[in-house]
Design a protein around this ligand. Structure first.
Ligand SMILES: *[C@@H]1O[C@H](CO)[C@@H](O)[C@H](O)[C@H]1NC(C)=O
Length: 347
């Protein structure tokens, strides 16, 4: 997948230099059914930084997570906030940010700019500290059995095992895109094995009160992993379906949300969204700033208003081209400011 991705990345780079063809939206919509390409969320350098520095921050994290979980019981009733807010975060705010490892420390100014308008963030790691009122939602990336050349993956499992001995996360995301190849996704190709790992690693947390987010699928509405995973017999079901949305218009977002809502019947947590022209074998992040701005300004109000969606967060993961990323060098980019302003306009 990485090779494919690099090739697609090369295509995307070319597309920047060449006149951008007018998007053929119907074609993309049809192709979304057969998405093969995956987003690539984690630069190795970030991961290394994160692993190296976690021990220093983990104590604080554990303490605050424990406090939160005793004050706010596991919420299972999305209607708690009549405004359609997020019943799973401490402050009820639906909007969030899917960042990158160590984002809280490497981009404090950007996080501070967002902090008043977001309720949660993810940094892809099993220990995600709260930042003020912004709830950090940890993730168990994978089972540690694949991509062993990437120490990151196995170290995250060890970090996870260690962290849950002394703390119970209020909420936790399941495996990251087990339906796509490593190293950009967790690559747990057999959903039955995925279910065994879920049962041994994550299900015990549910009985301790952790709200579990489903494994997130890379293939969007073309996924075929979650159903056999579920049918393999889960000791604890997920409470919210965590989904990744990489499309280029509102219709694509609605299609993904509808698919997961209808198929799995759970509240939808859009844990990543980005403007991408994706289809069968291609994954081209949007390069046109106007298109990106329009995408954000159209999609955010819809996600905010729709009650099936309990949370949503723009993705700042890697592999999304040079125009989409929200934060660069610790500062908000044009796109980052567009997302911030879209959130401000909701108030
Ligand atoms: C919210 O999303 C669900 C699932 O996509 C859809 O069925 C419903 O019509 C949407 N509601 C509104 C008000 O758009």
């Amino acid at each position: 997948m990485k090779l494919t991705y690099l090739l697609l990345g090369a295509y995307a780079t070319l597309a920047v230099a060449l006149p951008h063809p007018a998007p053929v939206e119907e074609e993309y919509d049809d192709d979304i059914e057969e998405i093969e390409a995956c987003p690539a969320p984690i630069p190795t350098s970030h991961s290394t930084t994160s692993v190296a520095t976690h021990p220093a921050t983990s104590k604080t994290t554990h303490a605050s997570t424990t406090v939160v979980s005793t004050v706010v019981p596991s919420a299972t009733v999305p209607a708690k906030h009549s405004s359609g807010g997020n019943p799973f975060t401490s402050n009820g705010v639906k909007a969030g940010l899917s960042g990158y490892p160590a984002i809280g420390r490497t981009a404090p100014a950007a996080m501070s700019a967002y902090s008043e308008y977001i309720g949660w963030y993810s940094d892809y790691t099993p220990i995600t500290p709260d930042i003020g009122n912004v709830q950090g939602i940890p993730m168990l990336w994978g089972d540690g059995d694949t991509c062993t050349s990437s120490t990151d993956v196995t170290e995250r499992v060890a970090e996870f095992e260690k962290a849950i001995q002394t703390s119970t996360p209020k909420m936790m995301f399941g495996f990251y895109e087990p339906d796509c190849n490593c190293p950009m996704s967790s690559d747990m190709s057999d959903p039955v094995v995925g279910a065994q790992k879920w049962n041994s690693m994550l299900a015990p947390l549910a009985s301790r009160g952790t709200v579990l987010g489903s494994p997130s699928m890379c293939r969007q509405s073309a996924e075929s992993w979650l159903t056999p995973f579920k049918n393999a017999g889960l000791h604890a079901d997920w409470e919210v379906t965590s989904i990744h949305v990489n499309v280029a218009n509102l219709a694509g977002v609605q299609k993904d949300v509808e698919y997961y809502a209808a198929k799995y019947g759970k509240p939808i947590w859009v844990s990543e969204f980005a403007c991408v022209h994706a289809g069968n074998g291609f994954f081209n992040p949007c390069t046109d700033q106007g298109e990106i701005d329009n995408f954000i300004n159209t999609v955010v109000p819809w996600l905010e208003a729709n009650k099936t969606v309990v949370a949503y967060g723009a993705s700042n993961g890697a592999g999304l081209g040079s125009t989409w990323p929200l934060i660069s060098g610790g500062k908000l980019t044009h796109t980052g400011n567009t997302y911030l302003n879209a959130l401000k306009n909701l108030k």
